[in-house]
Design a protein around this ligand. Structure first.
Ligand code: ADP
Length: 558
């Protein structure tokens, strides 16, 4: 049976004087896997047939020289070719040709122009029958009477129309089903394309066959670069490889054992890393739902979530560390005071009490920071806006903070417009200034110089960048009350500059300097609450400028 089913073994000889028809028939049949020989004349056809023993001859009636009937008779008269099935190609509805053809030994007819579906159905049926016949070495065909021939012709016509009907019905079913499948495929593709999460389809080994645009965005590869590569290119994780290994070792693995979901770290094309939540699910075969033919994967970028978690942990450990240090100093000093009591000189005692106070102050500031942040979060910190002069406020704050700088032998200078009216919350502004000066002191070496400036800026549209006033080019045109704190400290590199206003963010290399990573976040929130802006310019190793811009309070004209 296998030998009969192998289409490639079927050889068809086309005999047609019309080259265009011949070539089109040949193309059609060759596309279906038949071996095809094309001849233009009867004598040539007979010679070829002796060489290739065709399984079927498609024979045009109108041939130059020997016509189709004569060729047919010659086939039947040659013992080597007598059994070869012959289908005559005749003009449409030419019954006389059909009868004559049957008399000459033809097996069937097709009208020209040839119907593609009818031809393929006929060819398939006849070549199959011929294979059977060859295998069974059928005895010689007896002579047929005219009545028998007419009866056979009638049967053939019936068979012909039946085949045509079935073939058309089949073709319709196939085309409906094909368009349904195509619509379904397009729908799924459209969903995957629009999906915000990265999705891909792999074969059973994990080689990517499809990746959606979000997968390209997440991994930094072009979509074409992803196709054909293994998933471990951007998920170098043993747990992922094990899913594919499991299927490779046991192709009959139950589908439920081929699911995997977990958090892992992915690597982008540029070598940077991202946190992902990945789900891998087996794709069942369409007709064998128990068997996997590949995998579909969906991955979500959870980097911001993980980063927030990491920050929370960093913050918790920072806060507890920051709390513990002053607390232990306070505990130690107060214990000493208690134990040594009268034995301490009054100077020593007062120095210890001062230290206790100072550390209590640090504790107080830390708790204030955390509480302030949580007030901002809950929206409880609405500013009490009033018209005030920024110049005396800043001068006053500088005086208060001078001892802080003196302790580190730093020079603190200040200066600006004699008066600068703003509409702001004075308490919150003092907090902002304290944060900036505190940082300048903390992140500058001993003996450094810190300068605080303030002035009114009247901005035109598209102002040029100004080193003294970072970020002015992003401000709306008009009058602004500007204030800056400049230091010649350690500076901040570009990548960190983008992030230092985030809550809990601290530059790693400065982890030995105490802090909670909340000061600048609070500063920005407070300034924004007063419709202001914060900006910064910094050069690592040289120093930083932090600037605050507040809307100027214009004098009311009577
Ligand atoms: P903290 O100082 O408590 O860590 P901040 O929010 O005030 O938190 O500052 C965030 C980070 O920004 C600091 O950890 C520090 O690395 C950096 N930074 C802030 N101000 C300066 C400055 N003037 N010079 C250099 N680095 C600074």
């Amino acid at each position: 049976m296998a030998a009969i089913d192998r289409i490639t073994e079927n050889h068809i000889l086309i005999v047609d004087h019309d080259r265009v028809t011949g070539a089109s028939l040949r193309g059609l049949l060759a596309a279906e896997g038949y071996a095809v020989t094309l001849c233009e004349a009867g004598s040539e056809a007979l010679a070829q047939a002796r060489c290739v023993s065709p399984d079927l001859v498609l024979l045009d009636v109108f041939l130059p020289g020997m016509d189709g009937y004569e060729v047919c008779r010659a086939f039947r008269g040659d013992p080597a070719l007598a059994e070869t099935p012959i289908v005559l190609l005749t003009a449409l509805g030419d019954r006389d040709s059909w009868i004559k053809g049957l008399e000459m030994g033809a097996d069937d007819f097709l009208s020209k122009p040839v119907d593609r579906v009818a031809l393929l159905a006929r060819v398939r049926a006849i070549t199959r029958l011929n294979r059977f016949r060859r295998l069974r070495a059928e005895p010689e065909r007896p002579q047929q009477s005219e009545q028998q021939l007419r009866a056979r012709l009638h049967d053939l016509e019936l068979l012909n129309s039946q085949i045509l009907r079935t073939a058309h019905a089949l073709e319709e079913t196939v085309s409906t089903r094909t368009s349904e499948l195509a619509a379904e495929r397009d729908r799924i593709r459209a969903i995957l394309e629009a999906l915000g999460e990265a999705a891909f389809v792999t074969d059973t080994r994990g080689l990517v066959q499809y990746a959606n645009p979000a997968a390209a965005d997440l991994t930094g590869y072009e979509r074409e670069e992803l196709v054909g590569v293994h998933l471990n290119r951007w998920h170098p994780d043993r747990r992922v490889e094990q899913v594919f290994d499991r299927l490779a070792q046991d192709p009959g693995s139950p589908l439920k054992d081929l699911w995997w979901e977990g958090e892992l770290v992915g690597r982008r094309k540029d070598g940077s890393y991202f946190d992902a939540m990945l789900t891998i699910a087996p794709l069942p075969a369409p007709l064998q739902p128990d068997r996997a033919i590949g995998f579909v994967g969906v991955q979500r970028d959870i980097t911001p979530l993980k980063e927030a978690e990491r920050m929370k942990h960093r913050f918790a450990s920072n806060v507890s560390h920051e709390l513990r240090t002053p607390l232990s100093v306070i505990t130690l000093l107060s214990g000493n005071l208690d134990a040594l009591g009268e034995r301490l000189s009054p100077e020593k005692r007062s120095a210890m009490i001062k230290d206790i106070r100072r550390h209590a102050q640090v504790l107080d500031e830390l708790i204030t920071d955390v509480l302030e942040m949580s007030s901002i979060d809950s929206g409880r910190l609405s500013p009490e806006l009033q018209i005030l002069d920024l110049a005396p406020l800043l001068r006053d704050e500088m005086q208060r903070l001078a001892p802080l700088a003196e302790r580190r032998q730093q020079q603190l200078t200040a200066g600006g417009d004699a008066s600068l009216m703003v509409r702001a919350d004075g308490r919150q502004l003092r907090r902002v200034v304290r944060n900036l000066i505190n940082n300048a002191v903390k992140y500058s070496p001993e003996g450094g110089h810190i300068d605080c400036r303030w002035q009114r800026l009247d901005l035109h549209p598209d102002p040029a960048p100004d080193q003294r006033w970072p970020g002015v080019e992003r401000l709306a045109p008009g009058p602004w009350a500007a204030m800056s704190v400049t230091d010649d400290g350690i500076g901040i590199d570009a990548a960190d500059q983008e992030r230092i206003f985030e809550r809990f963010y601290r530059v790693n290399s400065q982890s030995n300097i105490p802090g909670t990573g909340l000061g600048l976040a609070i500063t920005r929130e407070l300034v924004q609450l007063q419709s202001g802006r914060v900006a910064l310019a910094s050069t690592p190793g040289k120093g930083s400028v932090f600037a605050v811009y507040l809307p100027v309070c214009l004098p009311v004209l009577a």
